[in-house]
Design a protein around this ligand. Structure first.
Ligand code: NI
Length: 178
């Protein structure tokens, strides 16, 4: 396994299109293992492949965030589609490993149901509420190039961009964060 460098905003790779996974092989399994290790090392609740520079429709959600125990393996979503989102919404602070140190309130559907494939290419349905629903919606956003910063107004957007650009110039590394 290997730690992968996380692509941070405003890196343009976060806005490049993602493609469907068509081959479910050992390389895919290895990528997902590396993504899991990278997510755990950064204390993230989820991670999309595009955040490690791989433009495929893949994301993972940490076991605890997915409603299980922290010792559970991450839930792997390949080629996901959103089947249903509840009309009922909830606003909560949200972070992203591509926006270290930034938290913004985002209104999301309280419950979500997604259809996806696992690492073996087997179809499954995931349904969750609260944090799990939020994590699935957040990670799915990455696959369509929608980012945390798209949920804030122009002034805050400018502040976030400046801060992350400054941090990058100064080479600031972040400690473990949500
Ligand atoms: Ni994110």
């Amino acid at each position: 396994m290997a730690l992968l460098p996380i692509v941070r905003f405003p890196d343009p790779r976060l806005r490049e299109p993602t493609v469907e996974v068509t081959v479910f092989d050992a390389d895919l399994a290895r990528l997902i293992e590396d993504m899991a290790e990278t997510m755990y090392a950064a204390n993230g609740a989820g991670l999309a492949a595009i955040q490690v520079g791989v433009h495929q429709r893949i994301f993972i959600v940490e076991g605890g965030a997915a409603g299980g125990s922290e010792n559970d393996p991450p839930v792997v979503f390949i080629n996901p589609t959103i089947e249903w989102l509840s009309d009922e919404t909830e606003e909560n602070d949200e972070g992203c490993l591509s926006f270290p140190g930034i938290y913004v309130p985002v209104k999301r559907s309280l419950r979500a149901r997604l259809r996806a494939f696992d690492v073996h290419g087997k179809a499954f349905i995931a349904e969750g509420e609260g944090l799990y629903a939020r994590a699935m919606q957040h990670e799915n956003d990455h696959l369509i190039n929608r980012l945390l910063i798209d949920y804030v107004g122009p002034i805050k957007r400018q502040m976030i961009r400046r801060k992350l650009e400054r941090d990058a110039e100064e080479g600031i590394e972040y400690p473990a964060q949500e």
